[in-house]
Design a protein around this ligand. Structure first.
Ligand code: ZN
Length: 398
């Protein structure tokens, strides 16, 4: 019995997985070598931009027949999150494929799959002799997994980016176990805050006034009560997803010197993700009001604060969204428009006024991004190329 030879797109995907572009020291040179080799094979011009040395942004371009029209950006990130190899069934950078066609590796879902699907869709259109009206840019950006600060966040403010003249962008979505693929048109606002609660130090045997712990207790209670309210809201309405509510997590508590000393301060660090229909200014004021109620001298530091709340239009008469939908519908895929619960590079595009949608066609796949044994089945991967081919053709002809 002879086995069917592997589809070249799958082989290319597996080759990309083997490039160890893993945080905190991603092999970005390896990515650029891999990507530039493909651009040359496809005969597409490319450029490498570094907003920060050693953090390459790779852009390859398929010029349209009307290159003055705003272009389409197909974005993916090259880096992947760290691994705990001892928890993996197959080595995480081996791109091992089992008998069912499941390809194991860090980045198979998040998001080297999409990077290759974009490329293969363009290759297919080009080989079929198609020309699109609009120019298509494929960008492969660094550091998304650590916030994109030296990647997309800086890139969108450069002349190199402005020259691309982007009218619409596609970026990442997420794998889902069911058959309804989420289409992400917005993201929650990240507030990473540290609240310093000062107090008068003294002997641990007394009831000291102006007590750091009492102030910390007040803040913890207020913020975790808010958390409980939002959790109840999510659980009471089956139509809501995580992106529709605000999450609050107290993730670091620090302070204190020794057991019998009342300390001069406690610090509380919260990870808050605010659903974009919230009034951000009022939300911040609410926290500051609680701080004032807690007592004297509390200080708020933002470790991260993202306040842009732009949502990409999803109405049927929006030309970009209807082109995207028509491509998806051709394949009879079920979708649901959602707010992305965490952060992606799409937010930086939306922030500079570019409509962007997060879409990774991976139905019937366990959600394993950032998890052990991340895998993607080759048939789902290949089907995704079919879907992107139609989507990109439609977007390029808007
Ligand atoms: Zn990702």
């Amino acid at each position: 019995m002879t086995e069917k030879p592997e589809d070249p797109s799958v082989s290319l995907f597996r080759e990309y997985i083997k490039v160890e572009s893993v945080q905190p020291n991603p092999d970005y040179d390896g990515c650029v070598r891999f990507l530039s080799a493909q651009a040359e094979i496809m005969d597409l011009p490319y450029q490498v931009v570094e907003c920060v040395a050693g953090k390459p942004i790779f852009v390859m371009t398929w010029v349209g027949t009307e290159p003055d029209l705003p272009s389409v950006l197909l974005n993916s990130h090259t880096d992947v999150v760290p691994v705990f190899p001892e928890h993996w069934t197959h080595p995480p950078f081996s791109a091992f494929k089992d008998k069912q066609g499941n390809i194991y590796g860090r980045g198979t879902q998040d998001m080297k799959c999409v990077g290759i699907q974009h490329m293969e869709a363009i290759r297919r259109l080009k080989n079929a002799g198609k020309r699109l009206k609009r120019t298509i840019h494929l960008s492969y950006v660094p550091d998304e997994e650590i916030g994109g600060h030296d990647g997309m966040q800086k890139f969108v403010h450069t002349q190199d980016f402005k020259k691309l003249n982007i009218g619409f962008g596609l970026d990442e979505g997420i794998a889902v176990p069911g058959d309804t693929i989420p289409v992400f048109y917005g993201e929650r606002n990240v507030f990473w805050i540290r609240i310093m609660c000062p107090g008068s130090p003294g002997h641990g045997s007394r009831f000291l006034e102006n007590n750091a712990a009492i102030k910390a207790q007040y803040m913890i209670n207020k913020l975790l009560e808010y958390r409980a309210k939002e959790k109840a809201r999510l659980e009471s309405d089956p139509n809501l997803t995580l992106g529709d509510v605000t999450t609050v997590n107290l993730n670091i508590m620090s302070g204190g010197v020794q057991t019998n000393v009342v300390p001069d301060k406690f610090e509380l660090t919260f990870d808050i993700r605010i659903t974009p229909t919230t009034n951000i200014a009022e939300f911040e004021k609410m926290i500051r009001d609680w701080m004032a109620e807690a007592g004297e001298g509390l200080e708020l530091t933002f470790i991260q604060k993202f306040v842009d709340q732009t949502l990409t239009p999803t109405n049927p008469d929006d030309p970009w969204f209807s082109a995207l939908s028509a491509g998806i519908n051709k394949h009879n895929l079920k979708t649901k428009n959602e707010i992305f619960p965490a952060g992606t590079d799409s937010r930086y595009l939306r922030e500079v006024g570019i409509p962007a949608i997060g879409f990774s066609p991976m139905p019937n796949t366990p959600t394993l991004l950032h998890d052990h044994d991340e895998f993607l089945n080759e048939n789902i991967f290949l089907k995704g190329i079919d879907v992107f081919t139609d989507i990109i053709q439609n977007l390029g002809n808007v």
